[in-house]
Design a protein around this ligand. Structure first.
Ligand code: FAD
Length: 245
């Protein structure tokens, strides 16, 4: 929340999956395969559920903490914090929902919502046609009737009745972010041995930024171990680069 309050915010236009899609487009065709479940890894091979064994010179395991520990027994599985996101829509936004692209934080903690935004103002493509989309986040264990509690809180935050809003979706993720209890090391090792590396939010701070930072550390270690002096792919970046909404 401190970072939200002090920094600049963005979401990928079109949804979170757009960003990896754009990154993959910068690589030679066929480099990235999706929908492939890995069942075991070693320094020289990756075994998949339905696509056989892939031989390689190094493996970087970039899964969530629990899957990483299943594939590499001995890796620590942290505790996790749950996150619940509630999406409401309305066809009658009224003047109260004119918060623009701002993220509302409730400094008084007067209800379960940690932060909320009229997300259709930020990225209209995320909302059902002609409707306003309000997305709200509850950190930690949610109250029993989370939708009702969130509506009551949003009514106070936005200063407008919410009883006629439609609930579009409630997404609860029990293992949303790794817990960072003291003494937490935000620079956990990413090089397990020559040829075997691991990255993800569980090796760094439990954020997208932390996941990316650990990936930079891991890929640097791989390039060093393989004796490469720079990036090993030669593809040009895509003509249209991602645009933050
Ligand atoms: C609701 C919610 C809201 C969040 N909001 C924010 C936010 O506002 N800001 C922020 O910084 N962070 C946020 N986070 C946290 C952020 O999403 C994570 O920290 C980040 O996604 C971690 O990235 P990662 O690459 O480590 O792991 P993941 O994003 O979990 O990616 C791991 C990938 O590994 C794949 N995988 C797992 N097992 C296998 C297998 N056996 N074979 C093949 N593939 C496998 C999974 O399918 C997945 O695609 C949020 C998380 C949630 C759930």
């Amino acid at each position: 929340l401190r970072a939200f309050a002090g920094g600049r915010l963005s979401v990928p236009e079109g949804g979170a999956e757009v960003l990896p899609g754009l990154l993959a487009r910068a690589l030679p065709p066929g480099t990235v395969r999706t929908g492939v479940r890995v069942t075991s890894v070693s320094t020289t091979s990756v075994t998949t559920a339905e696509h056989g064994v892939l031989r390689c010179r190094a493996v970087l395991l970039a899964t969530d903490a629990r899957a990483a520990a299943e594939l590499l027994p001995g890796l620590r599985v942290p505790g996790f914090h749950p996150v619940t996101v509630v999406h409401h829509t309305t066809d009658d936004p009224g003047p109260a929902l004119s918060t623009g692209t701002s993220l509302l934080l409730d400094a008084d903690r007067g209800g379960p919502v940690a932060h909320t935004a009229v997300i259709s103002n930020v990225d209209p493509s995320r909302a059902p046609a002609g409707r306003t989309l309000i997305s709200s986040t509850v950190l930690g264990t949610p109250p029993e009737d989370v939708d009702a509690a969130v509506r009551t809180h949003l009514s106070r935050l936005y200063g407008t009745p919410t009883n006629r809003w439609e609930t579009l979706a409630v997404h609860h993720t029990p293992d949303a972010v790794p817990a960072t209890r003291p003494a937490y090391d935000p620079h956990r090792p990413v090089r397990l041995l020559a040829g075997l590396y691991v990255c993800g939010d569980h090796r760094d701070t439990p954020t997208l930024q932390g996941a990316l930072h650990s990936a930079t550390r891991a890929t640097t270690a791989i390039l060093t171990d393989l004796g490469a002096t720079s990036s090993m792919h030669l593809a040009d970046p895509p003509a249209t680069m991602p645009r933050a909404a």
